[in-house]
Design a binder for this molecule. Structure first.
Ligand code: 5AD
Ligand code: FES
Length: 352
């Protein structure tokens, strides 16, 4: 199998059969070999810097009903909240003082945040923090809406494709949501000019190595600036409450593969990875990741933005999260960078 890793490093791609064979046939030795290669490439482009993004979870209302997600509409036991513009700006002010130069506004698909309201929020952040990047992660919207938000000053957009395969997608989502529409949104975002991030859960229910192979092929085609992946973790109030979580081992392996396939991509070691293992994020960095996304949300609402069970960092102040991550990164020989941390992956939109 080593030859497939070498081929991936040399050519930047594999066939569907090669991807699934490599994922199915992985061993601890092979993983170690992969991580060494992935780290070498990461050091070549990004050195030992780890970029930080301040995550502001500004609403947990959601119109959707994804079977895996703890803030799905049908979860009537979720305590719902929204942050207004002033509260969001306060998070940014606090974050700026802590060295954050990217703010990620993430939320459920909440109809309250019309284009007018979102444009106003984005413009205000842009005005107050001209040297910062603004990232939105607010789900599927119309192309026109994406354009208006871009024109208002948003630079980046995160929208995980979740799974590329249409049948698998339908096992994770109700009929109102489709893989095709999700992917169309991503092409629209890229065409508009956003630095675009996509990604998927590892070990989601019914996922096969072939599904992961298709996800890799999709990533190759989309060529996004960022790729967010993390293990699926069950939430007790969802239809997937009894399914097993994705593993640390497979998530790390996929991180290493993504680094080899897209050498310059921004790759976070996610909170979900830190949730399934106490040193999950450190291991993620050592497998090729180069971004962490500490929580900047007000402490009062953190315990309500629960996409999955046992989420870490729900009780800590932003400053504590920042220090904690600094310590963790230093302990493995990496440094947190105070900068926007733009992607070096700037190839123009090519397909679709
Ligand atoms: N476990 C892990 N990740 C989840 N997400 C949603 N629910 C879960 C879960 N139960 C991920 C989805 C979504 C992102 C914001 O969080 O991939 O795109
Ligand atoms: Fe909100 Fe899936 S339940 S996006």
């Amino acid at each position: 199998m080593k030859h497939l890793i070498d081929k991936l490093e040399q050519t930047g791609s594999l066939s569907r059969d090669e991807w699934s064979a490599l994922i199915r046939g992985r061993t601890p030795d092979l993983a170690e070999y992969l991580f060494e290669r992935a780290r070498a490439i990461r050091h070549k482009y990004y050195g030992h810097d780890v970029y930080i993004r301040g995550l502001i979870e500004f609403t947990n209302y959601c119109r959707n009903d994804c079977y895996y997600c703890g803030i799905r509409r049908s979860n009537t036991s979720a305590h719902r909240y929204r942050l207004d513009k002033e509260a969001i700006l306060e998070c940014c002010t606090k974050g700026y003082g802590l060295g954050f130069r990217t703010f990620v506004l993430q939320g459920g698909e909440d109809g309250h945040y019309t284009d007018e309201i979102m444009v106003d929020i984005v413009q205000s952040i842009r005005e107050h923090f001209p040297d910062c990047a603004i990232t939105l992660s607010i789900g599927e919207r119309t192309r026109e809406s994406y354009q208006r938000l871009y024109d208002a000053g948003a630079d980046r957009y995160l929208l995980r494709h979740e799974t590329c395969d249409a049948d698998h997608y339908q096992k994770l989502h109700p009929e109102s949501l489709t893989a095709a529409h999700r992917q169309q949104c991503l092409w629209d975002l890229k065409e508009i000019g956003y630095q675009t991030g996509t990604g998927f859960m590892v070990g989601s229910p019914f996922q096969t190595p072939e599904n992961l192979a298709d996800d890799m092929l999709f990533l190759k085609k989309l060529n996004p600036q960022m790729v967010g992946i993390g293990p699926f973790i069950p939430h007790h109030e969802t239809p997937f409450a009894e399914y097993t979580a994705g593993t640390l081992e497979l998530t790390l392996f996929m991180l290493g593969l993504i680094r080899l396939m897209l050498p310059k991509v921004l790759l976070p070691a996610t909170t979900a990875l830190g949730t399934i293992a106490p040193d999950g994020r450190e291991k993620g960095i050592l497998a090729g990741a180069n971004v962490v996304m500490p929580n900047l949300s007000p402490v009062e609402v953190r315990g309500d933005y629960l996409l999955y069970d046992n989420k870490i960092c729900t009780g800590d102040e932003a400053a504590e999260c920042r220090k904690c991550l600094e310590r963790r990164m230093n302990s493995i020989g990496y440094d947190i960078a105070v900068s926007r941390g733009d992607s070096l992956n700037t190839a123009p939109v090519t397909a679709e």
